[in-house]
Ligand binder design. Structure first.
Ligand SMILES: Cc1cc2nc3c(=O)[nH]c(=O)nc-3n(C[C@H](O)[C@H](O)[C@H](O)COP(=O)(O)OP(=O)(O)OC[C@H]3O[C@@H](n4cnc5c(N)ncnc54)[C@H](O)[C@@H]3O)c2cc1C
Ligand code: SF4
Length: 321
């Protein structure tokens, strides 16, 4: 069964799984890892706009990822968000994929995506088979029973804007952290229940002159989820780092911030020695699986690279390839 919703109210009261751009959902359905019926939300009017106002900006859930990345005002005001929006996935996916879909996309774990393998997220079993099985691409910060990294690069970026709120039907405004929870529920990739549709992303007030960088390490150049990805957002007063927000992905079953690194930077001059000392704190809470310790030096190096790039980036959030 298929419902084509024409309003938020209709979507929020229909029963089924939302389909926005369909770039994640359709592939899952082919491998019997999706649910039906479907609620097609991509035609709902008014959710594909970016609105700027005094004190913040709103991004509709149906805005395309590339449109957010290409907005010159967004590049100026929220560079840590626009940088990943210009490079993740492929140009085709970024032009189809929506901001709601990129946040709510499901895990890329091959146990989950395969027709032939079991996974608790498909209801086949209670325990994660990957933990004792193949987990080469898995987490090195082991927060919970699922050991596959959360796939959303854009969630990492939004975490670097504290105060960001996600508006959800039948639930209200929640923080990005609340959207993902603590990773303890093996069956889920986010905390959205049935009928809870993301409608808007509310960004906090822009900070003039912030410096940002996005750095990803992956097994091929394009069209792949990164093994490790880092979003760095810094505010400098002269040489001194006044504010630091560092989001990390590819390493845990939820996106999170490296608060130890942030604390090591705040109030310090942005010297190479201070950046290196802070980056070295990136893995202080890591607890890799038997096959994932190889990611630890990638985390430290990735954080350092992102910090160095952010410090020297005075041209905002337009990606130069
Ligand atoms: C080759 C490839 C590489 C990729 N690399 C990356 C990468 O590096 N980083 C990254 O972040 N992503 C990556 N992606 C994933 C891509 O970003 C997602 O497929 C896309 O963002 C999903 O958006 P969509 O609108 O198509 O979602 P859909 O496929 O329509 O939906 C995805 C999921 O989100 C739910 N959903 C959609 N909209 C809403 C909403 N408004 N409220 C609540 N739930 C909703 C759906 O029910 C579904 O479960 C990659 C994809 C491909 C194919
Ligand atoms: S619980 Fe997570 S890691 Fe385990 S099989 Fe499922 S998706 Fe993969």
């Amino acid at each position: 069964m298929y419902t084509k919703a024409t309003s938020v109210e209709e979507a929020a009261t229909a029963s089924g799984e939302f389909r926005a751009g369909g770039t994640d959902l359709q592939e899952r359905l082919r491998h019997h890892a999706g649910t039906s019926p479907l609620i097609d939300i991509h035609g709902i009017a008014g959710l594909d706009e970016i609105t700027f106002y005094d004190g913040g900006a709103d991004i509709g859930a149906l805005c395309r990822i590339q449109d957010v990345g290409d907005s010159s005002r967004m590049q100026n005001d929220y560079p840590a968000l626009t940088l990943p929006c210009q490079i993740i996935a492929t140009p085709q996916i970024r032009h189809m994929g929506t901001m709601g879909g990129v946040l709510a996309q499901r895990t890329r774990c091959h146990y989950y995506r395969s027709d032939e393998l079991d996974c608790p997220k498909k209801g086949h079993t209670d325990t994660c088979p990957s933990r004792e099985g193949f987990h080469h691409f898995g987490v090195c910060f082991d927060f919970g029973p699922c050991v596959y990294p959360h796939p959303s690069s854009i969630a990492c970026a939004l975490l670097t804007y504290p105060g960001t709120e996600i508006e959800v039907t039948n639930r209200g405004r929640i923080s990005v952290e609340a959207l993902y929870g603590d990773g303890s529920d093996v069956a889920r990739d986010n905390t959205l229940d049935a009928g809870q549709m993301i409608t808007q992303i509310h960004l906090p007030e822009a900070v003039a002159g912030e410096r940002a960088a996005y750095f990803r390490q992956m097994s091929r150049t394009w069209a792949e989820w990164p093994l490790v990805e880092v979003v760095a957002r810094l505010v400098l007063d002269g040489e001194t780092i006044e504010a630091a927000n560092i989001g990390i992905g590819g390493v845990a079953n939820i996106p999170f911030r490296l608060t130890g690194v942030e604390n090591a930077l705040i109030g310090k001059p942005a010297t190479q020695a201070n950046l290196e000392a802070a980056a070295n704190r990136a893995i202080e809470k890591a607890n890799p699986l038997p096959e994932t310790a190889y990611k630890l030096p990638m985390v430290t190096a990735g954080v350092l690279q992102a910090l160095e790039s952010a410090v020297s980036n005075t041209s905002g959030g337009k990606l130069s390839l």
